[in-house]
Design a protein around this ligand. Structure first.
Ligand SMILES: CC(C)(COP(=O)(O)OP(=O)(O)OC[C@H]1O[C@@H](n2cnc3c(N)ncnc32)[C@H](O)[C@@H]1OP(=O)(O)O)[C@@H](O)C(=O)NCCC(=O)NCCS
Length: 204
């Protein structure tokens, strides 16, 4: 807990003073987008926690395609700090941030279970800020995640669930070789409107 916001103020201060060097060691890739802007893909650092929470609140309100709506992301900055520490220590789970002009415009995550018998399976989650859709960011970050999974050599299957009406995302996943393997009927309830969840797998 950080009742007086001390930890967060400290983290923000550190971000301004110390981060440039530290951040550069987390960069995975730089990519020129269709609109000419430079997208930086990098691993998260704990100093990103507040920005990540703000990002999740924003994207939750921008479409009905995520598991949470506007102001429904329950993550606090303190929880996010713990999450970042854990994921950066994991061999099979990873988070990638997409950054343009020092702002987070996309987040994607691959998570694997700890249990040895099923640790070769994983789930992917991805979002891009609406203002930046259709610029190649989703594709760039998916490509990086799939590459990291292949390089890691442990994960054999990437799974995901997507709302049946989310045609853009389904098209993106199919572009990367994901196959539809089933569905959960009426899995989503968006203010009384039900929709199926399409289950998709990519076998590595
Ligand atoms: C789905 C999402 C991540 C795509 O991100 P993006 O940065 O717009 O993706 P890209 O520009 O790289 O496009 C990737 C592919 O998606 C498909 N696609 C994206 N937008 C599309 C559109 N408006 N019409 C048709 N296909 C579309 C295409 O196959 C495209 O590949 P192409 O450009 O080579 O044709 C983004 O729309 C998003 O965050 N949506 C809200 C959250 C969400 O749905 N997350 C997924 C939950 S399962």
């Amino acid at each position: 807990m950080d009742p007086d916001g001390y930890l967060l103020r400290f983290a923000e201060d550190l971000r301004e003073k110390e981060c440039p060097r530290y951040i550069s060691s987390c960069i995975l890739k730089e990519f020129k987008l269709k609109n000419g802007q430079t997208l930086v893909l990098r691993k998260p650092i704990v100093e990103d926690a507040k920005m990540i929470v703000e990002y999740l609140y924003t994207v939750g309100g921008e479409s009905d395609n995520l598991l949470f709506g506007k102001d429904e992301s329950y993550f606090t900055a303190e929880m996010e700090i713990e999450h970042i520490k854990n994921i950066n220590e994991s061999e099979t789970s990873s988070m990638v941030l997409g950054i343009i002009n020092n702002n987070i415009v996309s987040i994607a995550q691959i998570s694997s279970p700890n249990r040895k018998r099923i640790a070769h399976n994983s789930e992917v989650a991805i979002s891009v800020k609406k203002d930046y859709w259709k610029n190649g960011i989703g594709s760039c970050i998916m490509e990086e995640l799939i590459k990291s999974v292949k390089d890691g050599g442990i994960i054999k299957n990437i799974s995901l669930g997507v709302k049946a009406s989310n045609k853009n995302a389904i098209a993106m996943y199919e572009k990367f070789g994901f196959e539809k393997i089933g569905k959960h009927k009426d899995f989503f309830n968006i203010n009384g409107d039900f929709d199926d969840e399409i289950l998709m797998d990519l076998y590595i």
